[in-house]
Every structure is written in C-alpha cells, then in structure tokens.
Design a protein around this ligand. Structure first.
Ligand code: BTN
Length: 260
C-alpha cells in the first residue's frame, strides 16, 4: 500500500537538478521533489543533454543524510538509488528491467531511464540532488537514438501515468534510501549482481586524466562493497572500475550524442 507523495510540479524549467541547486532554501527538506512537465535544458552525465518528449517523467529530489559524510564520492549512492529505481520500475512495468552500471536502467540493452546525481556542499552540510529521467510514453524515438533507447510504452504498447510512476518511485526512495551506507552489505552486492545488465560488456573507457580511449571487452561480475564494478578482462585479469575515473560507454560511435 503506497501513500500519495506530495511534490511540486512546474510546467517548464531549464533543468530540475539546476533549479534545486539554485534554491538552497529547499536543501533542508529531505526528499523535497520537483517535477517538470518540460525541461528546456535537461542535463545528463558527462555534460550531455537530456531530451524528454511529452508525457515522460523528469524530476529531481533532495537527499540529505548523515551517512553521506562517510562517502568520498557519490557514485555508490547513484548505484544504490539505481537499485531502488530498478526495483520500482520492474514492479510497475512487470518487466525484467536491469541496471547498467553505474546509472542507467535498461531493457533488452536499450536505455529506459537515467540518473544524474550531484552533490552540493556548503559549510558543514552536504546534500545530494538526485535527478531521474524515465522514458515512459515516448513512442517516437528519434532515429539516431533508436538503436540504444526505448520507453515503457514502446515495449508494452500501454500508456503509463507519470504521476503514478513518480508516486511509486518516491515512496520507495523514502523507504529505502535512508538505509544507504558504505560498505555495501553482501545482500546489496548480490542484488546488483542478480539484476545487472551483463550485455553492456563491450565498453569504451575514457581515462579522465590522459583523455586516452581504451576499448575493452569485459565480463561483468558485479560490484564490490564500495560500488566499484568488478570485471574480468579478455586476458583473464580481474579489475575494479570506478565510475568517476572512467566513462563507460557501450557504443563508441554514440559517445557524445545526446540522450533521452
Ligand atoms: C544520464 O543518463 O546521463 C542522466 C540523465 C538524467 C536526466 C534527469 S531528468 C531530471 C533531472 N534534471 C536534469 O537536468 N537531469 C535529470
């Protein structure tokens, strides 16, 4: 039984993440949620744009937890939020959706949903803004994105109510996100391993320091207790990949393309 989640909804805003960043008065309201019907400058990871057609779902919320003080970076929180999101979307859609490390939710190797997590720090307080874009009802996916993007309507041929989906997701976030802590427990690592997109194993890694591009094929084992991706490369070497140091892409051709 879920309760009705109260949130603010704007017809149009540049980006719900940017709006929350620019309104520090809202930062002490844990789980304060802003939805936008239309974003004029939606942002994705790595400086990409995030396009969202009509009747999709775009929103951001504040997360404020003492456990964040143990967190050196927020990629592990993004993974944790991704697990919560995957479970909610799988329940809502009745589809075996997967989590593609570090921040995508996929179905049959196509992107359904993305998360943009940003930390803001003033004096002693550290808060996180978690932005989520769900491809709900897009039935006209731009040609250039067809290969790697899908929507719940595209898959099921049914319409999904953005209000109901947001309500389900946020009820789960409120229930589970406060239990986020590092190191991850064995059951969290096992849950990730059971639900991760293993097809996303042909990757392009961009070394943020040298900007050099390394193309590798990995077998994905899961995550370790710090949220690093545990992989075995073609030569049988075991490695851990950090989402902050390396960019993880499936298709080198689409590396700088915008996403929906
Ligand atoms: C990604 O996959 O690169 C992350 C996409 C995150 C998009 C959402 S939509 C709501 C929130 N506002 C933004 O500007 N971005 C996030």
């Amino acid at each position: 039984m879920t309760t009705s989640f109260v949130y603010e909804c704007l017809d149009s805003v540049d980006s719900t993440n940017t709006y929350l960043k620019e309104h520090p008065k809202l930062w002490n309201q844990n789980f304060y949620t802003l939805r936008a019907i239309n974003q004029t400058n939606g942002r994705g990871r790595h400086g990409r744009n995030w396009f969202s057609g009509k009747n999709n779902l775009t929103f951001s919320f504040i997360f404020n937890s003492l456990n964040l003080f143990n967190t050196l970076d927020i990629s592990s929180l993004t993974i944790y939020a991704g697990l919560v999101l995957r479970n909610a979307l799988s329940r809502i859609s009745k589809l075996p959706v997967l989590i593609k490390w570090p921040n995508d939710i996929t179905y049959q190797n196509k992107k359904l949903c993305g998360i943009l997590t940003e930390m803001v720090q003033i004096k002693e307080s550290k808060i996180v803004i978690i932005g989520i874009g769900v491809n709900l009802n897009t039935d006209q996916i731009p040609e250039e994105l067809l290969e790697k993007t899908t929507s719940l309507k595209d898959i099921t041929k049914k319409d999904f109510s953005p209000e109901l989906v947001l309500n389900e997701i946020m009820n789960d976030m409120v229930q589970y996100l406060p239990t986020y802590n590092l190191p991850f427990s064995e059951s969290i690592c096992a849950e990730f391993a059971a639900n991760c997109d293993r097809d996303a194993n042909l990757v392009t890694l961009v070394d943020k320091n040298t900007k050099s591009i390394i193309r590798k094929k990995f077998d994905i084992l899961g995550i370790n207790e710090h949220g690093l991706l545990s992989v075995i490369d073609e030569n049988g070497n075991h490695n851990y990949i950090n989402a902050n140091e390396l960019e993880f892409n499936q298709n080198p051709k689409n590396q700088n393309k915008d996403t929906i």
